[in-house]
Design a protein around this ligand. Sequence first.
Ligand code: HEC
Length: 146
Amino acid sequence: MLLRILRWLIAFGVLIQLIPFGRQHTNPAVVREPAWDSPQTRDLAKRACFDCHSNETVWPWYSGIAPVSWLTQRDVNGGRSHLNFSEWNKPQRHAPHAAEEIQKGDMPPWFYLPMHAAARLTEAEKASLIAGFQKMPGFEDTDEKH
Ligand code: HEC
């Protein structure tokens, strides 16, 4: 009985690999970045945000294996569509929320951290990233409700 379940599970695990969503791993061209106030702010953003909010996503090997590949693709699509540090030629209307997202601990998302130790910012690093954003054009708080 157990062996049969196991065989079904393996067959299922193999079959889902045939679904193409999540295997493209595209990194479109970097068109324009925001006017960084300092290289440190960019470094912190690169460590904690770029995988989902830029066109410089690092795709680890396990991001090619379903179902992780589906979740990763969903996060990158959703992340890029909300805020893309590589496409500052386009309006980035969520940029004013960046500081708040970091402060509340909503970004980077908790589930991303166990596999990405570099994205785990210390309190001082969070403060520094927020202070950096606050000096950059495009991040001003427009008082618009989300
Ligand atoms: C694992 C992927 C991932 C990482 C890493 C990540 N984000 Fe996000 N982010 C998302 C996704 C997906 C969304 C859109 C859905 C949502 O709001 O949860 C989003 C939404 C946002 C939004 C829009 C929220 C709103 O409603 O206005 C901001 C701002 C943001 N992220 C900032 C950041 C910043 C700053 C960092 C780095 C400190 C970061 N994110 C790291 C995936 C990520």
